[in-house]
Design a protein. Sequence first.
Length: 310
Amino acid sequence: MDYVKDFLEDVKQDRSLQLKTFITVVLSITGFSLFCVEEARLHRSNGVTHFTQVFDKSGEHKAMQEQRFPVITVCPTTGEFEGQIKSMTCSGYGPNSFHNFDPVKQNVDIGTISGATTQFSCMTVNEAQDYVGKNSSYFIKCDITYNAPVNQGQARITTWANHDVWSHAVFQHPASNTYRWKTLLQDRTTEFYMKTKKYDLNTKTMWWSNLEYGQFLVWNSTQASGPHASFTLGHEFGFYEEYKASKLYTTNMMLGTVGGMAFLLSCLNIVAFAFFAGLLQIEGPTRGGYPGSSQMYSGAQDNNGGIPQS
């Protein structure tokens, strides 16, 4: 406490010490405020999960060797007619590759825009997910034949995953929302491709696949007419996009920013003292020593000059 009292007494008497103390207090409050701002920024930035896109060459090469095609379900677009889809044949194609599928009937409940749910008689293929495409040259092609009386009928398609094969997939059953379905038009071939994204969240991995439209190939007169449609499904070039969970602003980044601010404030402290001391013409603190030390020689000198006599 004696040191504090002595310091306060010095502050009362020494103008340069008053200025230095004032500048130091102001800059300390400023530094603490900046620290609080950066701390709040750190928590705000990490309050939600952020993903950064990465490229993993080895992981993508591995996926190319074991990328299975999803389960495909085809349903009518309307429930006004019974048995709209008469038959469907599907095959897998690729370089020196051919795979035959046996579609099976499946009842699927799909919601409508009005909010009601309707059950549709649909066809599903590749439920075992045993067809593997090693690159974007592999694809599945399906031909759909409608019942003749229902010439105005259309079909829609969605993809999903078998839980026993793709337990990490987001959708593991046909979607009950209409937004996950794509429409197939008659008398043409509709090309689809899978836009797949992989999300790495700490120790958990999730795969998200969207069905995107490619080309529409209108048939010419040499192809079979009638209530008929076909589609192809393949993977886009590169197979998938990978995203990893990351922090946009880390604790180390925050500490580095605060440390840099502290250094700048220290430099500003010196510059501000020198500036205001010169502006206000404040002299530096009195030099220390013992009483009479400043007169040790001057008091013993002869006013007329020369060497003092003893």
